[in-house]
Design a protein around this ligand. Structure first.
Ligand SMILES: NC(=O)C1=CN([C@@H]2O[C@H](COP(=O)(O)OP(=O)(O)OC[C@H]3O[C@@H](n4cnc5c(N)ncnc54)[C@H](OP(=O)(O)O)[C@@H]3O)[C@@H](O)[C@H]2O)C=CC1
Ligand SMILES: O=C([O-])CC(=O)C(=O)O
Length: 267
């Protein structure tokens, strides 16, 4: 399988290096998309097999599957050519899928597929299983160190100085739909949870800034007619982007391995 990687920040660069190392034997890197030639050249220098730098349309053509690891605002610019070409799109910026039923229709027409990676989240398997029956409630609480929230549009616009915080502070609460507008880079896990479960309007979310934390923490409570469960994950932030946990890139590699594995464990 030819894999293209769009965006070579904290997630994309690590996925590219991992594929280049042969971590998924049946998959090869077909190219990367980057904002600057300099950054792409620096990544290529560290790959055993350097790859072409491509624009989004070219990457879609040259790949069977494209990993979207871009700033949220660029999601649609990549998703459309990839799905129009009938290819697989692995989505990291899951918050940008909310309300984009047009992309699902496009993929239906072309034979493309949209795969939302588990990313920094756990338990999507249990949520999918519960959703076969009736889910009653889903609530997610995201707590992050200050570094992971300072660049969020809501924080920048409201003028809140999170760096002065000494105690945990709830910065926003509401439906995932509402919170996604203000914290696009911190709502991907909640978006994935909502897409697997009750949908973004009925999934409740809180975001907390906590100066005592060193890890990105997501806790989810689910009640349903088959089971009630609580899940919690403490992700170590990546060095390159503190809003992004290290496990995110690894979830993409695990997803690609799953495509080709004879033995699959979990739903
Ligand atoms: N689903 C999940 O659980 C998670 C999802 N995410 C999401 O995944 C996405 C990627 O995250 P992350 O890697 O941390 O983000 P980064 O900001 O570290 O990386 C994004 C990369 O995209 C590059 N880029 C910017 N403009 C373009 C362009 N026009 N063409 C190609 N590349 C471009 C940036 O380049 P430059 O640096 O030069 O600007 C940067 O290298 C984000 O939307 C994030 O919110 C993150 C963590 C968990
Ligand atoms: O915890 C992380 O790594 C990222 C995160 O909050 C998100 O994208 O929703």
């Amino acid at each position: 399988m030819r894999i293209g990687v769009a965006g070579i920040g904290a997630v994309g660069a690590e996925v590219a290096r991992s594929l280049d190392r042969g971590d998924v034997p049946e998959c090869g890197l077909s190219g990367i998309a980057a904002r600057t030639a300099k950054k792409a050249a620096a990544l290529n220098e560290n790959l055993r097999h350097p790859v072409p730098v491509r624009d989004f349309a070219d990457l879609a053509e040259a790949s069977d599957c494209v990993i979207e690891a871009l700033p949220p605002a660029l999601f649609g610019d990549l998703a459309e050519p990839v799905l129009r070409a009938g290819k697989h799109l692995i989505v990291l910026s899951a918050s940008q899928l909310l309300g984009r039923d047009d992309l699902i229709s496009l993929a239906d027409e072309t034979g493309g597929r949209i795969l939302v990676a588990s990313g920094a989240m756990l338990g999507l398997d249990a949520l999918n299983a519960a959703n076969v029956g009736k889910i009653h409630t889903v609530k997610i609480v995201t707590r992050k160190p200050i570094d992971g929230l300072v660049k969020a549009p809501f924080v920048a616009r409201s003028g809140i100085d999170l760096t002065a915080l000494r105690e945990p502070m709830q910065v926003i609460a509401g439906s995932v739909t509402e919170v996604a507008r203000e914290f696009p880079a911190n709502v991907n896990v909640a978006a994935a949870i909502s897409l697997a479960g009750l949908g973004p309007d009925r999934t409740h979310m809180e975001v907390w800034a906590d100066p005592s934390l060193t890890r990105n923490t997501h806790s989810v409570e689910v009640t349903s007619d088959s089971s009630d469960f609580t899940m919690s994950i403490q992700g170590r932030p990546s060095a390159e982007n503190p809003a992004t946990g290290i496990i995110t890139a690894r979830s993409v590699i695990a997803l690609l391995r799953r495509f080709h594995s004879t033995l699959q464990v979990g739903t």
